[in-house]
Design a protein around this ligand. Structure first.
Ligand code: NAG
Ligand code: NAG
Ligand code: ZN
Length: 188
């Protein structure tokens, strides 16, 4: 009995400790709504599907907190239970972040992406941008949109996920200009 009790206490203590340290790490949910669409098929077969996406979300989440925002304690980090990615059939933009913790990625974009990088690389780059939107504070919606976009692209740039030769320092006019580095169709 005694040893069982000790074991239980150790487990509880460990669990509290663990959650105290990393309690803010969300659950990553990935839903491919269109597994038979050309883009849904590429998502599974070329990009690596749900396992790859979840693994990268965790990595990018930590990268954003610790390397980009320098939010080293849970008190600084935006607390989210889940971050959800939907692969779905829509046109107009590559991806959209909505409802503060959800990202819709266009299967049409994944199907038709022409390069120059490989699709898995491009998807990972896009996830850096959209995940930044998930975790960035935006002054309750008062932050100028170009600045919000500029920060998201800063993560992409810092993580080395802009195609080589795509941008050069000084190509913009203002620090809060935003989309200066993004000649592709707009990412919201
Ligand atoms: C988080 O995702 C799970 C599915 O994995 C779902 O059951 C749950 O309702 C979600 N929670 C929130 C707060 O969205
Ligand atoms: C994103 O996809 C979800 C799931 O299909 C849908 O309910 C939601 O309306 C979409 N959001 C936007 C902004 O398109
Ligand atoms: Zn954006």
């Amino acid at each position: 009995m005694a040893s069982h009790f000790f074991f239980l206490c150790t487990l509880l203590t460990f669990s509290l400790y663990f959650h105290g340290i990393s309690g803010a790490i969300p659950k990553y949910v990935v839903i491919n709504e269109v597994p038979t669409h050309g883009g849904g098929i590429k998502f599974d077969k070329v990009i690596g599907g749900i396992p790859y996406t979840k693994k990268k979300m965790r990595h990018i989440n930590k990268y954003i907190w610790y390397k980009v925002f320098k939010q080293n304690t849970p008190a600084d980090q935006k607390p989210l239970d889940n971050v959800t990615v939907f692969i779905k059939d829509f046109v107009g933009v590559e991806a959209v972040t909505w409802g503060s913790d959800k990202i819709n990625v266009s299967a049409v974009f994944l199907r038709d992406y022409p390069g120059p990088m490989d699709l898995k690389w491009e998807f990972t780059s896009l996830m850096h941008h959209e995940m930044t939107h998930v975790f960035q504070w935006n002054g309750e919606g008062k932050t100028p949109a170009p600045l919000v976009e500029g920060i998201a692209d800063y993560t992409v740039l810092k993580a080395n996920y802009f195609p080589p030769g795509f941008t050069k320092p000084g190509s913009g006019d203002r620090w809060d200009e935003g989309y200066v580095h993004t000649p592709f169709s707009p990412v919201l």
